[in-house]
Design a protein around this ligand. Structure first.
Ligand SMILES: [Zn+2]
Ligand SMILES: [Zn+2]
Length: 777
């Protein structure tokens, strides 16, 4: 039935072919090969409580019998146990929540179900799946920002399966709970799909939106069962419990079948050193690797030539377009017309276009696809012959999610992780045990963050006055924060509870990053090119900054912070710009610490002030500094959570570090530490900041700070503190095992250093970390 132009090559042979191409270097780009064995599927009978109509609907869709994990999760939910199902891609998580939910709707013609997904596209996919089942009287409907006003009323009154997202719950459904009273009273299940995406500050906000939802259902007399679906993640029960505020049972054993996968770790070769004879730069340029994008484009080309259906995951939209176009070019050079069998795929495409691309790939009409992780969520595309992952996607959870697109039952497939030139990727391709031998990281969120909890209490109070019992629902710090809000005049305390005193509703953005994103506007045409988040705007959009957008170069004329607009004009100067900033940090309090003799490890609150003070212009070719220009931007303040360690000067000297090298050693350790933090916490290196100093006024010792880049913290520093040995050991290994002499982007250099990566002392950073690790043993 399938008319796939199928590959003649198994994964081993394909890998051999891909490898053979690499003639640039004598060193093999493959640093490790892991064999992931095939798994047999295990089915379970339909649970005896399954309604015959529901079972028939699934059977008609080709589901003759559920997998064990589906039946187990569905039965727990049926019994009223809050449950999270955390299994791999394409393991059929939907059935596990559809079965109890649809059963409840079949048994009770008035019952309702609320489904939450992180994206509109996923909700739309779910809606189609529900409609295909063709069950009567359910009237499933999506309710999101695009739903026309006239349809909203109909949905409230008639739909029994409403598919929406946390933003809509927050902005519309909860504030208007009166109109949803009937729906809420009959609510039996709340389904939270792809719940691992609710992490960091956004996740903390969603946690409180769910508490507000629980308060609203209790008010209308229902107590729905929560069913969550997650990618494979560490401690899914704990994360789901933090998210919902309820005890949650996890089902984690995947009983769906999958084909064997050969998983290769791939490090692009070093480029031959450039001719440095005419360089005026006294410092030696570090060696540079071939870019991961080019490498991925070549691998995609070769694998299409070999007739293999291949999906390449690229982190940025632009990167996906670049890889697709490079591959098309080389394919057309090899065989005219072959380039047509490769396409790009990213978020922002229309659903019809996405469907057409998915169909073309499944039918074999398309052989190669370069995609962003837009494809990661909820798209029914699996069973490919090869998956290329360009750059570590940030978490092992995402890595497995992406690699899981490869492999059909009974067939072998290939997955390749192509490393980018940065500390984490480099570490991973040389430490396969960190990829294959480690549990997937836990999803980190912190509902106790006062900067999240305060605004959320205001939202809750504006929906209905807060009672003492409500405060308990929002967690332990809620009482103190409510008192503070009263003191500020935001809430008013009356005998019956806390009241919202203002007319309008509180303005709270769930995805808030501490300020409005700055719009980048072309002055001549008024065209909006895009936005840059508030946090990065000073460094990226200062007057004079060179700003790249879709491969076109612009120069910033003016940054208006009041209106959050940067005006730019198109220009291609012969230089790049690099902002320099000054960061100061003071310790507010210490929450917890470890006293290890000459070494101290701390977790606490800090105040960080940061000012972008100047920028360097550097030649495009060669990178030499043309000049440094001053800037007049305001100081920004951030109260957040930090982890820090101190080492006494005698201990550093005893480790063989000259006092004059303290700053470079600590700075290098700080950079690598930030680079490796995503190994243990689900964050991005851009979510965190750092500061190192040979003598800090508050600690009175050489100190390295790493802090959450969000007001009030996001849980990352806390996670670093809790797993400090593991984190710092990996940091030490990353630096020590890098083949460079004096530091490179793979180990201690950072793309976001506000100090121009100066000073840095790579060998002494290893000594600092050895001293810390020995003391912490
Ligand atoms: Zn290096
Ligand atoms: Zn730095």
């Amino acid at each position: 039935m399938q008319c796939v132009t199928s590959t003649a090559f198994g994964p081993a042979e394909l890998l051999h072919r891909l490898r053979a191409r690499t003639t640039v270097s004598a060193v093999s780009p493959v640093t490790h090969i892991e064999r992931v064995p095939a798994r047999e599927g295990r089915t379970a009978p339909w649970p005896d409580w399954t309604d015959p109509a529901v079972r028939d609907a699934f059977t008609a869709q080709g589901v003759t019998t559920p997998w064990e994990h589906q039946a187990a999760a569905a039965t727990l939910a049926r019994e009223g146990t809050h449950v999270v199902l955390a299994t791999g891609t394409a393991s059929g998580k939907s059935l596990a929540y559809q079965l109890p939910a649809l059963n409840a709707l079949a048994e009770d013609p008035k019952a309702t179900v609320l489904y939450l997904s992180p994206t509109k596209a996923l909700a739309a996919d779910q809606l189609r799946a529900l409609r295909r089942l063709g069950l009567d009287g359910i009237r499933p409907a999506t309710f999101d920002g695009d739903t026309p006003r006239e349809e909203r009323e109909w949905i409230r009154q008639h739909s029994r399966f409403v598919l929406t997202n946390p933003d809509m719950l927050h902005h519309s459904l909860l504030p208007g709970h009166g109109r949803w009273g009937v729906f809420l009273r009959r609510l039996r299940y709340v389904v939270i799909d792809e719940c691992h995406t609710y992490r960091g500050v956004f996740g903390s906000h969603v946690a409180h939106v769910l508490r507000r939802l629980r308060r609203a259902t209790a008010r209308y007399g229902s107590s729905p069962t929560f069913v969550l679906a997650s990618a494979t993640s560490g401690d899914p029960a704990g994360s789901a419990s933090r998210l919902t505020g309820l005890p949650v049972t996890a089902v984690t054993e995947d009983s769906s079948p999958s084909g064997a996968v050969t998983f290769a770790l791939w490090e692009p070769p070093l480029l031959p050193p450039p001719d440095v004879s005419d360089s005026s730069d006294t410092s030696e340029a570090p060696p540079i690797r071939r870019s991961a994008l080019r490498e991925t484009a070549d691998l995609l080309t070769d694998s299409v030539v070999a007739g293999t259906r291949t999906l390449a995951f690229i982190r940025s939209r632009r990167g996906a377009e670049v890889v697709a176009s490079l591959a098309r070019q080389s394919l057309n050079e090899a065989v005219p017309g072959l380039g047509d069998r490769v396409a790009a795929y990213r978020g922002g495409y229309l659903r019809e276009d996405r469907r057409a691309i998915e169909r073309a790939l499944l039918s074999g009409e398309l052989l190669g696809l370069a995609s962003t992780n837009a494809l990661e969520l909820g798209v029914d595309l699996s069973g490919l012959d090869a998956v290329l992952i360009c750059g570590y996607p940030g978490t092992r959870a995402s890595l497995w999610q992406q690699a899981g697109r490869a492999g059909r039952s009974g067939r072998e497939a290939l997955a390749v992780l192509v490393a980018r030139d940065d500390p984490l990727d480099t570490y991973l391709v040389h430490h396969p045990e960190a990829v294959f031998g480690s549990p997937v990281e836990a999803t980190v969120l912190d509902p106790g963050n006062p900067y999240v909890l305060g605004p959320q209490l205001c939202c809750a109070a504006s929906e209905a006055p807060l009672t003492e019992a409500d405060l308990a629902l929002f967690g332990e710090p809620a009482a103190a924060i409510a008192a503070q809000l009263v003191a500020e005049g935001v809430l008013r305390k009356r005998p019956s509870g806390w009241y919202w005193t203002h007319r309008g509703r509180p303005e709270v953005d769930l995805r808030g990053t501490g300020g409005a994103p700055v719009a980048v506007v072309e002055a001549a045409t008024g065209r909006l090119l895009g936005t840059v988040d508030h946090g990065s705007s000073h460094a990226m959009l200062h007057p004079g900054a060179v700003h790249l957008h879709q491969g076109v170069s612009y120069v910033v004329d003016d940054l208006d912070l009041e209106d959050a607009i940067a005006l730019v004009h198109q220009e291609e100067p012969d230089w790049t710009t690099h902002a320099r900033d000054v960061t100061n940090l003071s310790v507010v309090n210490v929450r917890s610490y470890v006293d290890a003799g000459p070494v101290g490890l701390f977790l606490g609150e800090v105040d960080v002030t940061n000012q972008v003070v100047s920028y360097q212009r550097r030649r495009l070719r060669g990178g030499e500094v043309i000049d440094t220009r001053p800037l007049d931007l305001p100081v920004r303040e951030l109260r957040t959570v930090a982890v820090w360690f101190t080492v006494s000067p005698p201990a550093l000297v005893a480790a063989g570090i000259e006092p004059s090298e303290f700053p470079g050693a600590l700075h290098a350790a700080e950079h690598a530490g930030i680079g490796l933090l995503p190994l243990i916490a689900t964050c991005d290196r851009w979510d965190i900041g750092g500061l190192s100093t040979a003598n800090h006024a508050d600690t009175e010792a050489p100190t390295v700070f790493v802090y959450d880049g969000h007001p009030g913290g996001a849980g990352f520093a806390e996670r670093a503190y809790d797993t400090a040995r593991e984190w710092l050991r990996a940091t030490r290994e990353a630096i020590a095992s890098c083949a460079c002499d004096s530091g490179c982007p793979s180990c201690v250099q950072s793309p976001k250093c506000g100090n121009g990566n100066n000073p840095l002392n790579k060998p002494d950073a290893v000594k600092v970390l050895d001293t810390v690790l020995t003391a912490l043993m």
